[in-house]
Design a protein around this ligand. Structure first.
Ligand code: F6P
Length: 588
């Protein structure tokens, strides 16, 4: 059912700032996304519910959780911190786990952090959205992970307060004393999902209400720049909040020597939000001109075809934490924009040894789409052409000679190459090799806490800037390719319950037709059958499983619902008019 705006969760609303982003040029795209991103920190003054992470309640919630960790986990030799979520939420949880276990390792302290991800490690690169709907898998995975620990603080990360996988885990925590559950998301509790979960007998909202005496961190960030694209502001706020809570806890526990530890918990949280992350937000436009060139080049790669009609590609070739961010950014493009899995890929120096994921080498188990080594990238050299963009993301300098060799080799090829490099003395020789390069400057002039950076090797300031750059590049490139209409994703794949409902809203909006007519059109598009009747009684889970691999479902459904086209005529029309945005708007 279509919902009135006030009942639509903030994470599924359309943002007024970006409502014409589909007709913007690369520079305007940068400005619009940057303006919308400000709401991550300050919310929207026109709407008191939309308060951003810098609001007092959020700071206090984060401070309380940090204190709880110090008192309950760091004092317990068998205590653990578990981060869990779906899609980007789970990937950011993985990334934070990886970063903090490394810090602890450097400090010769036990590794306190563990992660869970719907769909297991495969979801790090290839989304397994259907797994996000399985609340019972979520709870049994948590039960099995936690069985050897006596005290666990569990972070259920779900931007929309909606993922069943997380709901199952929160519910499990609420009924087991050893857990301290924390819900992290970006809607008010009243807007948590109200769809009853089969077999559990309650919905996310019920569980969120039960959590009211536990920890809920839920600042409202306003609508995403692209409607529903919670990898953007939601992913950014998740990263900032988790990192800040854990840094505050380690400072107060005396694990990291710093004058900052004399501050109170809320003061530390506020200090990091304002002096690292918001400063990074203010500094980010320094990289505007180069980011615009990258949006343009990547947009060209998505639009252009080689003389043999092959598509262009975007390849992130990376090391260190910048590489992990590149892999995460690439992974969201297929479900969000309908992009082919091979079109945008990431390659990480030292591959799975550097990634430090639980399951190790996924290429050996699952094949080529999981090949992330630089050797694998070198195998592509013979095919790289003028339609491809290669972006080197360098945050470590320990493989300098190899990196120089790769850059020099790629320079000889007809593709376009850019560098995004973290400022480090060891990286200086690399910068001169590039014609186009962003050097992400070290925040030493901004922070009085550089001693923390020295002890931990934290890249959080540079990483958040890189996240904005990469999200802006890939979102911008797909906008130029015509994958966004107004600010809606019009090639999203209905591969789980949430995405199916998002798609229904989009089809209704652009066709103007009734729920029933749009539902029929979506079913016809999924099953490629003009008569939806035989499939109408199927559960949404069946539609969702049939939709995996289906192409251009949104566009086909809009054409059927608005113009009464047959499936084959809609398919043919889209073949002749491959830019989806133009195809739909010319038919409106
Ligand atoms: O279902 C896919 C997806 O929408 C991803 O794009 C997103 O990162 C993920 O779900 C997580 O959503 P949430 O954080 O709201 O649970």
């Amino acid at each position: 059912m279509a919902t009135t705006p006030s009942l639509t969760p903030f994470t599924e609303r359309s943002n007024d700032i970006t409502k014409n982003i589909d007709i913007a040029n690369a520079e305007q795209i940068f400005d619009l996304i940057h303006t919308a991103n400000n709401e991550t920190f300050h919310g929207n003054s026109d709407d008191p519910i939309c308060n951003g992470i810098l609001n007092k309640i959020c700071i206090e919630q984060c401070a309380l959780v940090a204190e709880t960790i110090v008192k309950n986990i760091f004092t317990n030799p068998n205590g653990k911190i578990v981060l869990s979520g779906c899609g980007t939420s789970g990937r950011i949880g993985f990334m934070v786990t990886r970063a903090f276990n490394k810090i602890l390792n450097n400090l010769s302290l036990p590794k306190y952090y563990e992660y869970l991800l719907a769909g297991d490690d495969r979801s790090l690169f290839i989304s397994q959205e259907a797994k996000e709907d399985e609340w019972n898998v979520g709870s049994s995975e948590l039960a099995s992970l936690a069985k050897s620990y006596s005290r666990v603080i569990y972070f259920g990360i779900t931007c929309g307060l909606s993922a069943p996988y997380v709901a199952g885990q929160l519910d499990y925590c609420l009924h087991n004393d050893k857990f301290i559950p924390v819900l992290l998301g970006f809607n008010p509790v009243e807007l948590a999902r109200k769809h009853t979960l089969h077999g559990l007998g309650k919905c996310f909202y019920d569980i969120a209400v039960e959590m009211k005496n536990s920890h809920i961190i839920n600042p409202v960030l306003g609508a995403e720049p692209i409607t529903g694209s919670s990898r953007m502001k939601g992913g950014t706020a998740t990263k900032i909040i988790l990192e800040t809570i854990f840094i505050a806890a380690h400072l107060k526990a005396g694990h990291i020597p710093s004058n900052l530890s004399t501050k109170t918990y809320p003061e530390i949280v506020q200090y990091f939000f304002e002096n690292i992350y918001y400063k990074a937000y203010q500094q980010y436009p320094v990289y505007k001109n180069q980011t615009i060139s990258l949006i343009q080049s990547c947009g060209d790669s998505l639009i252009k075809k080689t003389p043999n009609k092959e598509d262009g590609h975007i390849y992130y070739v990376a090391n260190g934490t910048f590489g992990v961010l590149g892999l995460i950014d690439a992974s969201e493009c297929p479900p969000t924009f309908g992009t082919d899995y091979n079109t945008i890929r990431g390659f990480l120096y030292n591959a799975y040894d550097a990634l430090c994921n639980i399951e190790g080498d996924l290429e050996a188990k699952f094949g080529d789409l999981y090949a992330i080594s630089w050797n694998r990238f070198e195998l592509l050299f013979s095919s790289l052409n003028q339609c491809d963009t290669v972006i080197l993301l360098i945050s470590e300098s320990d493989n300098l000679e190899y990196t120089k060799r790769v850059i020099n080799e790629v320079k000889k090829l007809p593709c376009t190459m850019f560098g995004i490099i973290k400022e480090m003395s060891g990286n200086k020789p690399l910068i001169d090799l590039f014609d186009n390069c962003i050097e992400i400057l070290n925040p030493k002039n901004l922070l009085s806490s550089s001693e923390i950076l020295n002890v931990t090797g934290i890249d959080f300031y540079e990483e958040i800037i890189l996240k904005w750059i990469l999200n802006t590049i890939t979102t911008g490139a797909h906008i130029l390719q015509g994958k966004i209409l107004e600010n809606y994703m019009i090639d999203v794949q209905p591969t789980n319950f949430k995405l199916y409902n998002r798609l229904l809203e989009i089809v209704m909006r652009f066709s103007g037709a009734s729920v029933e007519k749009c539902t029929n059109a979506i079913i016809s598009a999924i099953y490629q059958d003009d008569d939806p009747t035989p499939y109408l009684s199927n559960d949404v889970t069946i539609h969702v499983s049939r939709a995996i691999g289906a192409k251009k479902v949104v566009a086909i459904a809009i054409l059927i619902a608005s113009r009464n086209l047959t499936v084959s005529i809609a398919n043919k029309y889209l073949e002749d008019n491959p830019v989806i945005r133009n195809a739909i708007s010319s038919y409106k």
